[in-house]
Design a protein around this ligand. Structure first.
Ligand code: C2E
Ligand code: MG
Ligand code: MG
Ligand code: MG
Length: 275
């Protein structure tokens, strides 16, 4: 008696989830056209003096009256193949914006890219188009790829990463420490920057400390720079700086900002550092 009813409840829940997902999929299909997407920007600073080096572009979707978080809609965009169009929009707009705040002040822009975008044959052409149409110097574009890249066949991805680096674009591994990285893959991919996931920064008083100093050792042997994500306190900022972490990012410095607030933020900065 119990089994059929629990199956019934389960499939009802599944149906609801599926309906929710389809509604978001339909919404996402029209999100660009309806101008519901926008980018907000979060600063990255140099750990030694807290000077601005870069802004990370983070996507926002205002769907009807709801703000749907990227952790919810990006997986749906990936699943239904919408990430290519959305990703191209993000690249184009982030490069345009970065070029507006100035090639001359040397503040770079970090753009998150899904593995499925990277696997697309047209991806490099899309990046070239974003650079060309914006006039942004390739050195000021950083592409962030999540660590799940390691779960895929790395030979084509490695080729894509090298193509970007040949243009002067820097490549980062995002959310480092949460996925399946192996040191040999790290060596093969030869990324420029590793972003330590904020879960390690939060746990810094226990084993996170040991893990971060281990990452710093690997960073100096394999020759990549390190960013710590999710820095929320002064104590964390100081600790990370003394561990030799190169760049810091988190609410302690700034939450992601609306584009309209960037000029004011920049005018308060007298100097920027190279990233
Ligand atoms: P991410 O690239 O690792 O970005 C960092 C996330 O942590 C952002 O969440 C940011 O707002 C949040 N964060 C920054 N500092 C702090 C802090 O001090 N404390 C805490 N608790 N959180 C902090 P957000 O904007 O919700 O983005 C979530 C994820 O969605 C991103 O993680 C990225 O993987 C993905 N994403 C965002 N924009 C894009 C995009 O344009 N394309 C793709 N493919 N993925 C994107
Ligand atoms: Mg990121
Ligand atoms: Mg991250
Ligand atoms: Mg992430």
């Amino acid at each position: 008696k119990q089994a059929p009813s629990s199956v019934g409840v389960f499939s009802g829940e599944m149906e609801k989830l599926y309906f929710h997902e389809l509604r978001m999929k339909d919404g996402l299909t029209k999100a660009i056209e309806k101008q519901q997407l926008r980018l907000v920007y979060q600063p990255l600073v140099l750990s030694t003096n807290h000077k601005l080096v870069s802004f990370e572009a983070l996507l926002r979707w205002q769907f009807d009256d709801e703000n749907i978080p990227p952790d919810v809609f990006i997986p749906i965009a990936e699943q239904y193949g919408l990430i290519h169009e959305i990703g191209a929009w993000v690249l184009k707009n982030a490069c345009k914006q970065a070029s507006a705040w100035g090639n001359d002040i040397g503040v770079s822009v970090c753009v998150n890219v899904s593995v499925s975008q990277l696997k697309d044959e047209c991806f490099i052409a899309i990046v070239d188009d974003a650079l060309l149409s914006s006039g942004l110097s390739p050195e000021l574009l950083h592409i962030e790829i999540t660590e799940s890249v390691f779960e895929s066949d790395t030979s084509f991805l490695s080729h894509q990463i090298k193509s970007m680096q040949a243009r002067g674009i820097k490549v980062s591994i995002d959310d480092f420490g949460t996925g399946y990285s192996s040191l040999s893959v790290m060596q093969d991919l030869a990324v420029n920057i590793v972003k330590i996931d904020r879960s390690f920064v939060n746990k810094m008083n226990s084993n996170g400390y040991a893990i971060i100093s281990a990452i710093m050792n690997i960073a100096s042997s394999l020759d990549f720079l390190v960013v710590a994500e999710g820095v929320e306190t002064e104590e964390q900022a100081n600790e990370l700086s003394s561990l030799g972490v190169h760049f810091l990012q988190g609410y302690y410095f700034s939450k992601p900002m609306e584009v309209a607030n960037i000029p004011n933020f920049l005018s308060k900065k007298t100097e920027v550092n190279e990233y």
